[in-house]
Design a binder for this molecule. Structure first.
Ligand SMILES: [Zn+2]
Length: 248
């Protein structure tokens, strides 16, 4: 089984009572360094030193803009311990450059340089094969989100138990591949867009219900929730609150 703590379960707009989507897997894997990842790690009893792997699905800011804060905290901790500890960062092709650009834009190139000196940062670009990053075995599956950005879902292999994560996605073949391969799936449910004629870029309740009916044996856990999304009452679908701890 996989142990999951939700640091946030909200979408881009961080609706009332839900911060940005992010979770910790098995106490050592931070999935999505969302803007509030660092304070919410602490709030949930974790330290930056606990995190050996960071996983990113795509480069949108609600999934990544906590990186500079997390990075400095991790670097200071590593220096204080006097160990140049390894940390793996898993993400789409270009992930190292993207995160470096973020630090540059934030005028903290000194933090970037410092972190590279005191830590052994290992960047792992997903390639669709079975891959390993630290103690994490995984396979990434590309999903369809927005046309201008590659987005990946993941199959995390925890001793043969497969936990899936959708990233941000609309209904697509990649999502059904994740659902078919996983024992449990953490699934975005952003809900409908404010402008009904915009292209579909996310899941809504009807799409979740349809996916659940196609995969009746799958446990689905929703995250990346928008305001007024009511997904209660769908068989095998759970709707956690922020800071919930689940064994999946
Ligand atoms: Zn997104």
């Amino acid at each position: 089984m996989a142990d999951v703590t939700f640091l946030g379960t909200g979408n881009f707009l961080a609706p009332p009572d839900r911060y940005w989507n992010s979770f910790v897997l098995d106490g050592s894997i931070l999935v999505e360094p969302a803007p509030t990842a660092l304070p919410h790690l602490r709030r949930c009893g974790f330290t930056v030193a606990d995190m050996d792997v960071v996983v990113i699905s795509h480069f949108h800011p609600d999934h990544t803009f906590g990186w500079p804060f997390f990075l400095l905290a991790a670097a200071e901790d590593a220096e204080a311990r006097g160990e140049r500890r390894p940390m793996c960062i898993v993400g789409p092709p270009g992930v190292e450059e993207f995160l470096a650009d973020m630090n540059e834009l934030g005028s903290i190139h000194n933090v970037q340089k410092y972190a590279y000196e005191v830590m052994d940062l290992q960047f792992v670009e997903v390639d669709g094969s079975r891959q390993q990053a630290g103690n994490l075995l995984f396979r990434a599956v590309e999903v369809e989100h927005v046309p201008h950005l590659r987005c990946f879902g993941y199959l995390f292999d925890r001793d043969g138990h497969i936990l899936g994560y959708s990233g941000d996605t609309r209904p697509c073949a990649g999502l059904d591949e994740l659902a078919g391969a996983a024992d449990a799936l953490i699934l975005e449910c952003n809900g409908p867009h404010a402008h009904p004629h915009d292209p579909v870029t996310h899941m809504d309740v009807a799409a979740v219900r349809a996916l659940a009916s196609r995969h009746p044996d799958l446990t689905i856990v929703l995250t990346h929730m928008g305001e007024d999304v009511d997904a209660s009452g769908i068989a095998n679908v759970m709707v956690p609150e922020d800071f919930a701890h689940l064994v999946l």
